[in-house]
Design a protein around this ligand. Sequence first.
Ligand code: UDX
Ligand code: ADP
Length: 458
Amino acid sequence: MKFEKNILCIGAGYVGGPTMSMIAFKCPQYKVTVVDINQARIDAWNSDVIPIYEPGLDDLVKKTRGRNLFFSTETDKGIREADLIFVSVNTPTKTFGQGAGKAADLQYWEKTARQILANSDSDKIIIEKSTLPVRTAEAMERILNANSKGVHFEVLSNPEFLAEGSAVQDLEAPDRVLVGSRETTEGIAARRTVVDIYANWVPRNRIIESNVWSAELSKLTANAFLAQRISSINSISALCEKTEADVDEVAYAIGTDSRIGPRFLKSSVGFGGSCFQKDILNLVYICHTYGLHEVADYWESVVKINQWQQRRFILNMLGNMFNTVAGKRIALFGFAFKANTGDTRESPALAITRGLLEERADIIITDPQAIPHAKEDLKDVKHGLTFESDPYQAAKGAHAIAVMTEWKLYAELDYQRIFESMQQPAFIFDGRNVLDHRKLFKIGFNVFAIGKMPLKHF
Ligand code: UDX
Ligand code: ADP
């Protein structure tokens, strides 16, 4: 079969995999190939157990794989055949040298650009899908267009706004799609080509066109604003605990103001995920680079409050469990950074686990999807750590339960049964405010939630 376009995506991760599956599903007239250097990941995409847990994605892949969606490790061949190349390789925070701990590590991106250059003998549109520092497109253009082959590359920014756990829904009906390009004739023509892909299923009025720098910066800014809302409500949660105000009531009351809106006001043990902290630190680094130190400090405080919220949770557990958790069995309900994903990147559960292990607690981790990643994250830990898929078994004999992830199943457990199997006095620390606290208190638990007065029997 002859396809209208050959689309390639480099990087088969949480962004590339779902996004390309949706494009392939909605556009059977295009051939979509996803490549990755990680053979095991590609093998998983080609198997019955795809490498990421994402509701609805399995089905999408089954319907398209082998029809017009292909997963492979043959990057060079993919580049040669492609008209458009989406790049969604990882851009973690730099761990070394200048900007360590803040700046984005662009080594994977630059390697990809050089590989594209080496294997191209026709003009191509390159689309940044990974979140990148503003003006990365400029560096990419320089690398790509410094060639003597007479090949021209247009570098566009088309940031992905999907959230994990709801990726399929977000891709199917996005609030908006953003496509940024140079404002030249070639740039605008390339932008239209990308807009036309999304227009196969996204209403035109939801597709925003902008210059390439605005598109890059909008992605960082959107994540910074979302994270800022969580840190704002989390800062208020600490005040609620001192004043008998209830943070969920405060969030509801302010969220009904249409100027504020109700979403992203759920107080928690802290935000996690691969994007928020990384993108804010990236923003902070860029601001410092331009001498905008006050702007940098402003955004850095969002991350600081998030780290403090996690530390506060540990101190709260410690203080309420008679100032020691050494040798006490503590069951962590959930390890993923949010519900409906197996992803544990920057999960608050990781910081809580390490904090409690330092206090010599015995930690038992349960999660319906994230245990394999949790084991990998904590593989250096030699003592005091167990994994258990059944929450009832995890809680058996425990002194305390700490809810780390808002999985629906944790609200539906039989807590009477759990209480009877635990050490007494039994404690619950609800880091997501998802349990029925009054009911737990009546059963006999001592209940500590975020931004609420404790319910204690002593
Ligand atoms: C985020 C952005 O939402 C998405 O647009 C972007 O493309 C990638 O980064 P993601 O990290 O997948 O998506 O999840 P998100 O739903 O934003 O949650 C991030 C973290 O914030 C989670 O740990 C979540 O539990 C926490 N959170 C979210 C809260 O603590 N309270 C809230 O009200 C909302
Ligand atoms: P994200 O959440 O942004 O999608 P992931 O880490 O899940 O990030 O995915 C990025 C993917 O990019 C990984 O599977 C990684 O193996 C892949 N990758 C990194 N560098 C290259 C490269 N040069 N060529 C192909 N794939 C790459």
